[in-house]
Design a binder for this molecule. Sequence first.
Ligand code: X8Z
Ligand code: ZN
Length: 611
Amino acid sequence: MSSISPRLSSLSLIVTLVISTTACNEQVNAAPVKNEPIAEAQQFIQDAEANLAQLSIEQNRAEWIYSNFITEDTAALSASVAERQTATSVRLATKAAEFAGLPLKKDEQRKLNILRSSLVLPAPLDPVKNAELANISAELNGLYGKAKYCLADGRCLTQPELSGIMGESRDPATLLDVWQGWRQIAKPMRPLFEREVELANEGAKDLGYANLSELWRSQYDMAPDAFSAELDRLWGQVQPLYESLHCYVRGELNQKYGDDVAPSNGAIPAHLLGNMWAQQWGNVYDIVAPEDADPGYDVTELLAKQGYDEHKMVKQAEGFFTSLGFEPLPDTFWSRSLFVQPKDRDVVCHASAWDLDNLDDIRIKMCIQKTAEDFTVIHHELGHNFYQRAYKNQPFIFKNSANDGFHEAIGDTVALSITPNYLKQIGLLDEVPDESKDIGLLLKQALDKIAFLPFGLMIDQWRWKVFSGEITPAQYNQAWWGLREKYQGVKAPIARSEVDFDPGAKYHVPGNVPYTRYFLAHILQFQFHKALCDIAGDKGPVHRCSIYGNKEAGAKLNAMLEMGQSQPWPEALSVVTGSKEMDASAVLDYFAPLKVWLDEQNQSKNRQCGW
Ligand code: X8Z
Ligand code: ZN
């Protein structure tokens, strides 16, 4: 999906370079000899870039076909391309490390660094193990994509269909059935995941990293441990706001369901929060809505009332980007994307955005539900596509976002501008609620954005410990729930054991997609939104600002997107925000009135917060 794929490998030309770094470091030779390693490194970069650009297209096509038609044959073809591509990318990463320390141009050094550290599923050098890893990875993806759970009434449902029930049902027994049913599908993944970790750790070691955790954390223009500390700092900024929200929601759930189902203290049972993974809670807004500040509209209903189908939802989202000055999506986007879940075959329904040719063949693949939630997800996906197209003129290695959090933040930033005013402008809403309803709007937003933060953090806290060996296979599930409780204050509604493999029920675990990117995106999008609203000259509270139609804000955003990964991320961040630091103050400012209100509510009801 992204340009530098987890598994790049070679079909043809592997440039074998023999270099002598000592000659260069000692700096004693005459100029022509001294320059030789530099020229070799430059040639290596040029060849690697051409090679990878070509290979990525083949890989994208194989993966696209596999995820759109999951069969044994497409799995085998996709695994075989992955195998060849991983072999090349590992070879290039190894070689890139050998050029470290040469006095190269900044751009060249950056490219070597990216080549060395951008794998997310490195295979061991041993070709047999590489093939095994490619097969495991394809199998895990297929297991998730094909998974269905059959209800007692005989209906066998896919993940988006089951998620629909988790969002809508208010019957604890139904919710519990679907919650535990979806987790059945993950049990067979456990041995495959365990072996995947073993092999990828070996691959990371071959590349000179202590383990896969260190490699994943090395992709942020800073030392891996400094990055971990940065996450702790950001989490510390938003934790009090999360705790206020948790306390309020737990209290309201207790009122709705009673002590037996939803206790008034301790962790919240994970099946009651309107989402399969309790990661975003917007679907229980009706249960927790403030009595006197409810804005009184529901985007899902508005979409239905206005006859929006899947295509129109995507068109409307495209319209936001073009209003900022971005070119419309190409015709091929409309003819090649997947919007509707096919009835006759297995597909990976989890929403994704693709850039098939690293130029203009951009697409999304998504089983769209006609809901407010998916209207936002469509903006999220298009954010990826507009980013990809903005950096298409960069050299191949820089065709990526500043860091992976940036890629995840762009569409969400735009979606923060889906305000009541905007909905009125596009004809979805008749009347804009007055300011007295802001608490309702902010609460709805917080249920998605603030509730997500600890979830966005804990997935990789778990995985990094798995990769480093701190969590052993015998502790996978128990450690998972330990972290769920620690960060989110959420618990399993029924007993779990090591027969279960609950992490596997979340797409990004079998899909091997790093998850910290979403935590970062949930901080960054508020920084971007605030800065773009300033540029747009908006003088009101930031939660009511929409940058819709503002070409100046669009131009600034585009200036950052065009840079791709060519500069360290603080440089890109400063283009839009003027700051080189990730900072959650913008989150706190946005929700400041809600924080006051939540604390008042919790106090007036004498709630004991925390878990
Ligand atoms: O996976 C996604 C996107 C595709 S990159 C739909 N998201 C995370 C998730 O669904 O768990 C967006 C928010 C978090
Ligand atoms: Zn995304």
